[in-house]
Design a protein around this ligand. Structure first.
Ligand SMILES: [Cu+2]
Length: 470
């Protein structure tokens, strides 16, 4: 029903655009803007339901990785933090308390929300000091899988365990047998089995961030996915690692990707092989239509020579009727096939140089982010509701998953060739020496961060802001 409404809105909007075109010829940019209509709503009317949640960030000790006691920093004493679930239209009000020995904030990754709620110190709010409090309140505009984490010293705070998932459900969620959240992470432990306290090492800064040897799902290395034959489950994957990229391989399982970075695809695509970079989410529709005695496993094959087993699958118990419903992946996403002919508004150059407190600086357009205490001019100012063609040129030999706050974009090309992607993202992995082009229509006014989600790269300067004029 809401989707039909969206299409209707799109048709009306396109029709009114055509009316206008009788007076003046449409530019390719106008056409791209019109194609965008109906992609996602301008606004969601709050339905009056307020979900009050308390979140406390504090040191904690938990049986993680292989089950030994691990000293972590945690939201509400859990790693991952609590899964917050709200329905579209509901308002989330988070009463946050910082009981860490450092200042912190909470950033709501992927959520289109008022700029003041985005959790970026020095840009959208002052940092929350130890013992301090802050109230985050917003009504999500999009259903999907999102997450939250600190935006202060993230290479340390996220690595120590501060992250959680926010699930925004549509008014009537599709009737999956199970709706599961899997947070993928890795841990670098020292000889005593605790989190290696050497953050931002020279090696991690210069290479692809901090990669740990212990790979976990929801904090554990021994994950078993238990299902009954016939079940159809929705598996929401998040990569919360500092630097590691995952490429899940579901083997013989029937696994279709239905959403990326929260938003539905126009139609499902095979889930195996998707490059799940730090910050990315992938919602997978899994149908278990048989019982099986053969071992079923889910692997990470990002580094093909050294694959990692993520989980085993056990199909057991009585056969259940498979929920039959059309895949929810039927969003409107603009094709933007003519968008690459529109002049590029700006090309961001991603590179490194020596210097700064850490000895190496990662730069955007030759500039390293000077820290949240220093006022910096936005790298780019955009207008709301206009189509933009942007480009990123990675002149470095490292990978950079670039994340934009406050907006979604579509990957148009990689090295000039069509990306083949039919979906929106908020984070895209840029490979070494690669050039990518994206298309976007900013919908939220404010000053939004754009940064590399390899947290060591961000810490060493690969962050900037984009201003969206009201
Ligand atoms: Cu990077």
């Amino acid at each position: 029903m809401p989707v039909r409404l969206l299409f209707l809105t799109a048709l009306i909007a396109m029709a009114s655009c055509r009316d206008r075109s009788r007076a003046e010829p449409e530019t390719p940019s106008d056409l791209a803007r019109a194609e965008f209509n109906g992609s996602y709503p301008d606004n969601v009317e709050p339905n009056g339901v307020v979900r009050d949640v308390e979140i406390v960030a504090a040191p904690s000790e938990l049986p993680l990785v292989d089950g030994k006691a691990l000293q972590v920093w945690a939201y509400n004493g859990q790693v991952p933090g609590p899964v917050l679930r709200v329905r579209l239209g509901e308002t989330l009000r988070v009463h946050f308390t910082n009981n860490l020995p450092q200042e912190t904030t909470i950033h709501w990754h992927g959520v289109r929300l008022p700029n003041a709620m985005d959790g970026v110190p020095g840009v959208t709010q002052p940092p929350v000091p130890p013992g301090g409090e802050f109230i985050y309140e917003f009504t999500p505009k999009d259903a999907g899988t999102f997450w939250f984490h600190p935006h202060v010293r993230s290479s340390e705070q996220v690595e120590r365990g501060l992250y959680g998932v926010l699930v925004v459900e549509e008014a009537s969620p599709p009737p999956y047998s199970q709706d599961l959240v899997w947070v993928l992470d890795d841990w670098r432990l020292d000889a005593s089995g605790q989190i290696d306290p050497n953050f931002n090492t020279r090696h991690d800064l210069a290479m692809d961030g901090r990669w740990g040897g212990a790979i976990t799902i929801n904090g554990r290395t021994d994950t078993v996915l238990r299902v009954r034959p016939g079940e159809r489950i929705r598996l929401r994957l998040l990569n919360s690692a500092n630097g590691r990229v995952f490429a899940p391989d579901f083997g013989d399982l029937d696994a279709q990707a239905i959403a990326v970075d929260g938003l539905y695809l126009p139609s499902p695509v095979p889930a195996s092989g998707f490059e799940l970079a730090p910050g990315n989410r992938l919602d997978v529709d899994l149908v278990f239509d048989r019982s099986s005695s053969a071992p079923l496993e889910i692997w990470d094959r990002f580094i093909a020579r050294r694959p990692n087993r993520l989980a085993t699958v056990e199909i057991d118990g009585d056969l259940v009727d498979t929920p039959r419903f059309a895949s929810p992946a039927h969003a409107h996403v603009p094709a933007w096939s003519g968008a690459t002919t529109i002049p590029i508004e700006h090309t961001f150059v991603l590179d490194a140089q020596s210097g700064g407190e850490l000895g190496i600086q990662w730069t955007i357009d030759g500039v390293a982010f000077a820290g949240h205490d220093h006022a910096m001019a936005p790298a780019l100012t955009l207008e709301r509701d206009r189509f933009y063609h942007l480009s990123f040129s990675n002149t470095s030999p490292r990978i950079h998953p670039i994340h934009l706050h406050g907006m979604f974009f579509r990957l148009l090309t990689r090295n000039g060739a069509p990306s083949g992607e039919t979906w929106f993202r908020d984070t895209v992995l840029i490979h070494p020496r690669e050039q990518i082009d994206i298309g976007l229509v900013p919908t939220e006014a404010g000053t939004w961060m754009m940064h590399c989600h390899i947290l060591e790269h961000a810490e060493a300067g690969m962050m900037t802001t984009i201003a969206v004029a009201p």
